[in-house]
Design a protein around this ligand. Structure first.
Ligand SMILES: C[S@@+](CC[C@H](N)C(=O)[O-])C[C@H]1O[C@@H](n2cnc3c(N)ncnc32)[C@H](O)[C@@H]1O
Length: 219
């Protein structure tokens, strides 16, 4: 699995790697743009939304939201990714931190806002292609930490390498042969839903043969 240094090295070539995999409709990035667009369109349904992006990378998605007037907060552990994202979003609140240790304290309230709005919570907590670096148990613990940070009608939107069932994941693994990354933990929606049962509502939209968007809302 890539660590902080690995992502620092990958940062400058990241967008190109994604584009090639996506254009060939191949694991891991098949459907990448559609997945990001799905999340973009959901956020765009509101004006000036308070957004927290987990693992924003080069800022492909968040910079578009930033340009459209949304209030961007984010965490990433790669210094180089943050530099690239900051060039596109100079006024965004971008924090360096490792989500394996939970969310950095300074993001536990929506920042970049007038004082009186700071405790309102995030309208959207989004994450694309970052949470598969956490084990399934760690994902659930992290999601439990994020849910109380949502505004009353807020949503968590996760776009990632994902499958509805374990069988679909196994089929993709078989087809991807030597390209499969055995160190990553991809979402299996049915399993996540069962681990979060009683905690939040879960919805899944499959977008490609190896990716989709998971929507989590408070009960
Ligand atoms: C594959 S990139 C995805 C970037 C972007 N969200 C996108 O959709 O293109 C994964 C991002 O998550 C970050 N990341 C991975 N593990 C992380 C961790 N434990 N804590 C914080 N950021 C992490 C990486 O630095 C990288 O920027």
């Amino acid at each position: 699995m890539l660590n902080k240094q690995g992502f620092d090295l990958w940062a400058d070539g990241y967008d190109k790697t994604v584009q090639i995999s996506e254009e060939n409709n191949q694991y891991p990035f098949a459907g990448y743009r559609l997945i990001l667009n799905t999340i973009f369109n959901k956020v765009m349904e509101r004006d000036a939304a308070r957004v927290l992006d987990i693992g924003f990378g080069t800022g492909v998605l968040t910079s578009k939201l930033y340009e459209n007037g949304h209030l961007i907060n984010g965490v990433d552990f790669s210094t180089r990714m943050i530099e690239l994202a900051r060039e596109k979003m100079p006024m965004a609140n971008l924090v360096e931190g490792d989500i394996a240790d939970g969310l950095p304290e300074e993001l536990k309230i929506a920042d970049g806002l007038p004082e009186e709005l700071k405790i309102a919570g995030y309208d959207f907590i989004i994450s694309t292609y970052a949470l598969h670096h956490l084990t399934d148990e760690a994902k659930v613990e992290f999601i439990k930490e994020l849910l109380p940070l949502l505004a009353e009608d807020g949503e968590i939107l996760i776009g990632d390498i994902a499958f509805r069932t374990r069988q679909e994941l196994e089929a993709c693994r078989t087809n991807s042969l030597e390209f499969w990354d055995h160190d990553e933990f991809y979402f299996v929606f049915e399993e996540l839903e069962s681990m979060l049962s009683g905690i939040c509502y879960c919805k899944y939209e499959a977008i490609s043969h190896c990716g989709g968007v998971i929507e989590l809302t408070q009960k």
